[in-house]
Design a protein around this ligand. Structure first.
Ligand code: PLP
Length: 428
């Protein structure tokens, strides 16, 4: 495939946009080469500026669960836009989507809409701190909760559990309140809690991780976190920005039967428009301004276009809940097909999957946390990525990202993908 125009557009973009992109992963740094510039998309396909058609396994990093330019969502946005695009005043549609979300997700009475997953997670942590009157938080190495300061933290040196900033601009003062734990390691979490007695406001976790590839929780892990949180007056925040309205109508809480105190959303909830949200039981949510003392606000929060897209998307998922089964079956088919061709070619790999999230790791050992994800062979991943891309298959441009399956994929698309994996595997 030829990507001449994309490369030319990338050159132009780099003159006026840092790195030529408005979000770093788009620059293909992890896999090399120039990013592809998209012209339009429909269903399971992206059409780029060179006229190539790509089968899309990223789907805007999750939101397009029913496919690109999904008619009910597009129609809802177009109709709304004709009536004004922002008012900074309450609108009925905000209540409508809130009622629907609250009816779909377990354990939440109230929801507040924001403009991104980052905002949702940042606000959820502030709310947890305000509610518990404690400062420290526990997050897991390899989990991503957006780019707000408290989350851009890496493990500190040696035995120290305090984090240190992993981006210039994040202060040591902020980092000292974020404690880093190992995903799927309950003992490690318990140790951290015990050495920070009565100081921890919340544990924030991707209940199925998608930012170190797809890593499902091992049996008992989330349940164990719930027990620890109850025992120590700590709030459990499920960051369901990826998993919410994707793995089940009610997200991971419903799928795995573990209750969270605060849940954050993004991606699917906005149907492809910039939306995030956080939600909890009434007692917690009533701490938010204007009812309570914890401040949080947004000029464009609850924006009518975003709410129209989100409401159309959630309505579809609510009414057609068989879609979650359909997605899981398609993902399983892809998993089995790709595993078969990699085994045929003797390529060491591990495939992780849950529902419609899947990732391939060129690694011998099970991938259960950040360390084991990082042990994968990145050179093989790069070759796999470019081999697939050359055949018109767009997978995550990093070994540390999950793929997001869309229901718009047909079994013919999946077969085409498996065949591309067979051809790619020959040159790995
Ligand atoms: N939380 C998770 C689990 C995510 O995957 C992401 C983004 O990918 C975020 C939060 C941040 O969301 P946004 O990019 O909308 O700010």
């Amino acid at each position: 495939m030829i990507y001449k125009r994309s490369s030319a557009l990338f050159k132009e973009a780099q003159k006026v946009i840092p790195g030529g992109v408005n979000s770093p992963v788009r620059a293909f740094k992890a896999v090399g080469g120039d990013p592809i510039f998209v012209k339009e998309a429909k269903g399971a396909y992206l059409y780029d500026e060179d006229g190539n058609r790509l089968i899309d396994y990223i789907n805007s990093w999750g939101p397009m669960i029913l496919g690109h330019a999904y008619p009910p969502v597009v129609d809802a946005v177009v109709e709304k836009a004709k009536k004004g695009t922002s008012f900074g005043m309450p609108t009925e549609i905000e209540t409508k989507i809130a009622e629907l979300a609250v009816s779909m997700v377990p354990n939440i009475d109230k929801i507040r809409f924001v403009n991104s997953g980052t905002e949702a997670c940042m606000s959820a942590v502030r709310l947890a701190r305000g509610f518990t009157k404690k400062d420290k938080i526990i997050k897991f190495a390899g989990c991503y909760h957006g780019h707000s300061d408290s989350f851009l933290i890496q493990a500190g040196s040696g035995a120290v559990t305090f984090g240190s900033p992993n981006s210039p601009g994040v202060t040591a003062g902020t980092a000292k309140d974020t404690l880093l734990a190992r995903y799927n390691d309950l003992e490690n979490v318990e140790e951290i809690i015990n050495s920070n007695k009565d100081e921890i406001a919340c544990i924030i976790i991707e209940p199925v991780a998608g930012n170190m590839g797809c890593i499902p929780p091992v049996k008992g892990f989330l349940e164990g976190l719930r027990t620890l949180c109850d025992a120590h007056n700590i709030l459990l925040i499920f960051d369901e920005v990826m998993t919410g309205f994707r793995l089940a109508k009610g997200g991971v809480q419903e799928l795995l039967g573990v209750d969270a105190d605060i849940v954050t959303f993004g991606k699917v909830i906005g149907g492809g428009l910039p939306v995030g949200a956080f939600a909890a039981r009434e007692e917690i949510m009533n701490h938010l301004a204007p009812l309570g003392p914890v401040y949080q606000a947004g000029t464009l929060s609850g924006n009518p276009l975003a709410m129209a897209a989100g409401l159309a998307m959630l309505t579809e998922l609510n009414e057609k809940s068989e879609v979650f089964d359909s997605l899981a079956k398609k993902t399983e088919y892809l998993h089995e097909g790709i595993a078969k061709v990699l085994i045929e070619k003797n390529i060491t790999h591990t495939i992780n999957r849950l529902g419609s999230m899947i990732s391939i790791h060129f690694s011998e050992k099970p991938v259960v946390d950040f360390e084991s994800a990082a042990a994968g062979n990145n050179d093989t991943f790069k070759k796999f990525f470019h081999g697939m891309l050359d055949q018109g298959i767009y997978i995550a441009p990093s070994a540390f990202e999950t793929w997001f399956i869309t229901d718009a994929l047909s079994y013919e698309d999946l077969d085409e993908t498996i065949n591309a994996a067979r051809i790619t595997a020959e040159s790995l």
